[in-house]
Design a protein around this ligand. Structure first.
Ligand SMILES: Nc1ncnc2c1ncn2[C@@H]1O[C@H](COP(=O)(O)OP(=O)(O)OP(=O)(O)O)[C@@H](O)[C@H]1O
Ligand SMILES: [Mg+2]
Length: 334
């Protein structure tokens, strides 16, 4: 668990004092991903770096598992916290394998174990170990380097990860693949993660919680669904965009909104039209798009073996969006 308590950073510049983080309070539960979101210069990196004390706070405190981080030995603290820096920062004179193995080597792992760990991490970030293990950073694209940075932060399996725009340099298609892989890994490992992003879509997809910053101040700290359904102020509403209802549709599964199958409502013809059903674990955005494409106001909901388990209608979708707390989309994730 990570708790920030009135965390504040003031920088002294030639123009005077600048407050990069202003009395930030938030708590991230163990196993959760919290996205720090906001425009350039709003204090995301500064806040992140105060957690592992690369930047010492001006005032306020950070607690890790209930213990004030000033009570930790700095090396012991950083050993628990994997860190992906914003500018990648691979060691240019080391191969990919050596870069990923830096912390395990410090911890005295044997070579075989490091090699195995390195190869499996490369696979996780969708890079073939046979091709990439012995390359140097300059022989990689920016996005590939960034993926090595993510693998390196995970190498010694720290319980906490700080990730500063870890997928920022990766093209949209590969980024989606990596995001999916990362979420799959997170389901197994349950790390506690602070993750910086500029991108509201990434935040909604990856975050259990979203913290939105503006000029060093925390504007809203809540679940993606709440942020989209009830932006705290005009700034947040602008930042999440005019299509926030569409974005919410992606957070709700068909299973969460569907009704028991009603044969009268769903004619036999529609039930049997191939391809015009929807999976129970698909999201409502796909359901809406399929309804529009086929001019239907109801779809049969099917499970993996093709059996019909319910029906989804326009009205059911409207009601799911109206639910104030919103469905706990994350909790429903298998
Ligand atoms: N060492 C420093 N000295 C003075 N001002 C600083 C220093 N580091 C950061 N700042 C200022 O603090 C503010 C927050 O910077 P920070 O790097 O945390 O922003 P950010 O949200 O990470 O932005 P970006 O999305 O561009 O990475 C900015 O106005 C920045 O200019
Ligand atoms: Mg930054």
């Amino acid at each position: 668990m990570i708790r920030l308590d009135n965390l504040t950073k003031r920088f002294t510049t030639r123009e005077g004092t600048a407050t990069a983080a202003d009395h930030i309070n938030m708590e991230v539960a163990a196993g959760e991903i919290c996205i720090l979101l906001g425009p350039s210069g709003c204090g995301k990196t500064t806040t992140l770096k105060m957690v592992n004390r690369i930047i010492p706070p001006s005032s306020g405190r950070v607690f890790l598992d209930g213990k004030d981080t000033t009570d930790y030995d700095t090396i012991a603290l950083r050993r628990q916290i994997g860190y992906v820096i914003q500018q990648i920062g691979l060691f240019p004179n080391m191969t990919v394998g050596e870069n990923i193995g830096v912390v395990p080597r410090l911890l005295g792992w044997d070579r075989q174990r490091i090699r195995r760990r390195t190869a499996s991490l490369l696979e996780m970030v969708a890079l073939d170990p046979a091709i990439f293990l012995d390359r140097y950073p300059k022989e990689l694209s920016g996005g590939q380097q960034q993926r090595i940075g993510v693998a390196r932060a995970l190498a010694a399996d720290p319980p906490v990860l700080l990730m500063d725009e870890p997928f920022g340099a990766i093209d949209p298609i590969n980024r989606q693949v990596i995001q999916d892989e990362f979420l799959k890994m997170q389901e197994k490992l349950g790390k506690t993660i602070l993750f910086v992003s500029h991108d509201i879509d990434e935040a909604v997809k990856m975050g259990d919680k979203i913290a939105i910053f503006r000029e060093g101040r925390l504007q809203q700290f809540d679940t993606p669904n709440q942020v989209l359904a009830h932006p705290a102020n005009d700034f947040v509403a602008d930042f999440v965009g005019g299509d926030r209802t569409l974005k919410r549709l992606r957070l709700i599964t068909v299973r969460q909104a569907m009704r028991p199958a009603d044969r009268a409502l769903l004619s036999a013809r529609e039930m049997n039209r191939p391809g015009v059903s929807i999976g129970a674990d698909d999201d409502l955005r796909l359901a809406v798009s399929r309804m529009l494409t086929h001019g239907l106001d109801a779809l049969a909901v099917v499970v993996d073996d093709g059996a019909c388990c319910g029906i989804i209608t326009h009205q059911a979708i409207r009601e799911a969006l109206r639910t104030d707390d919103g469905p706990a989309a994350r909790e429903a994730r298998p």
